[in-house]
Ligand binder design. Structure first.
Ligand SMILES: [Zn+2]
Ligand SMILES: [Zn+2]
Length: 394
């Protein structure tokens, strides 16, 4: 069997049989040590010498990198050194908290099991977590401040779609997905009953395109009244990520923004970007965007709006340039890359009574909402070409 086809079938099998996902925790922080505390249920650490350690609610263990191995110490037992350890939940409703590097005050809460081992300069922690609990945790981290369950259901389907699309992203590292924005942000379990219900009531549902492959489920905070076509932002067009006129987000928190710059500061910026024309008359820099464009234009000079946004750290590319006295005023709409679902618009849709299927179909053109078992999973060695979607503010 050719390798590509073999990987293809293995990929389907791995994805479909798994009710759990392996997430690398604190993946961008390189922790040296962690305090593990049982917050619900009971955990066991199996030791090779047969002396298993049982941890009940309220009990803690310190794990630290030590001489290329792990040093493990609990309050009531002598410490030991191991190559790796696994905290296995015993009751089916097991939760723990983690505090890294001891001096930090950040404590995060997780469910399921935890595997720890040392790497070159860090303590690697992998949470083996029920998929729907992971989905609810991602919605807690990335879903924003909505209130309606139909909004959170749309976010749960998006997070699940993203997870399955990138299920193999870190397979060679021994886990599925990391907990920072390289994959999708996950700051631990959700204790919010609405978020947890949103994940359970959409269990298994994902967004597919016309070929039954998982879509790039991009989203952003606010589109400013018009979403972006993915081809204008990432140079890779997807038929389901096309421009949508959005009447729902126009009065939301991130609908408009404004930035003022000194005229000379603007001139220096634009000259550094290759502009060689007249800089005496501020009116030459006037630029208006009533509908989204892809380039800033003055005379024969053009520059991608995505470049201006990145260089000046702007909230969106959907802005006009207005000279005013000694200043240049940028008047903008929306927050984020503008591709895919607009979160603030989706929140308003849910308040108006639309359900999550209607919300998803409004922002993603021509898609199908279906169970993951109906998806055609892309082989691992044929990764999709468009960049990471889903980051609000990107
Ligand atoms: Zn990652
Ligand atoms: Zn919008």
């Amino acid at each position: 069997m050719p390798k590509t086809i073999l990987v293809f079938y293995l990929s389907i099998i791995c994805t479909l049989v798994s009710a759990q996902v392996k997430i690398r925790l604190f993946s961008n922080q390189s922790p040296e040590s962690a305090l593990f505390s049982v917050t619900n249920g009971k955990y066991i650490i199996n030791r090779f010498n047969g002396e298993n350690l049982i941890l009940s609610k309220g009990e803690s263990v310190i794990i630290a990198r030590f001489d290329g191995k792990l040093a493990v110490k609990s309050r009531n037992s002598s410490g030991f050194v191991a190559d790796s350890i696994v905290f296995t939940g015993l009751t089916g409703n097991d939760y723990f908290s983690l505090r890294i590097n001891l001096q930090t005050s950040i404590r995060q809460y997780y469910s399921g099991d935890l595997k720890c081992f040392p790497d070159l300069a860090t303590l690697v922690m992998i949470n083996i977590c029920d998929i729907e609990k992971y989905v609810a945790g991602v919605v807690k981290t990335e879903g924003g401040s909505g209130k309606e369950i139909e909004y959170f259901k749309s976010q749960a389907v998006i997070a699940r779609t993203y997870m399955y699309r990138y299920f193999d992203k870190h397979l060679s590292d021994g886990y599925n997905i990391c907990d920072n924005t390289h994959c999708q942000a996950f700051n631990g379990s959700s204790a919010d009953s609405i978020l947890n219900l949103a994940a359970i009531e959409t269990k298994g549902l994902v967004i597919l395109d016309q070929d039954s492959t998982l879509i790039e489920s991009a989203f952003h905070s606010n589109c400013g009244g018009e979403t972006s076509s993915s081809g204008d932002v990432w140079l890779t067009g997807q038929s389901y990520l096309r421009k949508v006129i959005d009447p729902y987000c126009l009065t939301s928190r991130n609908a408009v923004w404004r930035k003022s710059m000194g005229f000379q500061e603007w001139v220096e910026f634009i000259k550094k970007s290759g502009y060689t024309g007249n800089t005496d008359d501020p009116s030459v820099f006037s630029f208006s965007q009533k509908s989204r464009l892809s380039d800033y234009r003055t005379g024969s000079f053009t520059m991608p709006l995505t470049t201006i946004r990145a260089d000046l750290n702007l909230r969106s590319t959907f802005f006009s340039v207005v000279p005013e006295g000694d200043s240049i005023i940028l008047t903008g709409r929306g927050y984020g890359h503008g591709v895919g679902l607009c979160q603030e618009g989706a929140m308003v849709m849910a308040e108006k009574g639309f359900n999550f299927i209607q919300i998803i179909n409004f922002y993603y053109s021509g898609v199908i909402i279906s169970d993951i078992k109906n998806a055609v999973i892309l082989p691992h060695d044929m990764p999709p070409t468009s960049p990471k979607g889903g980051l609000k503010g990107e």
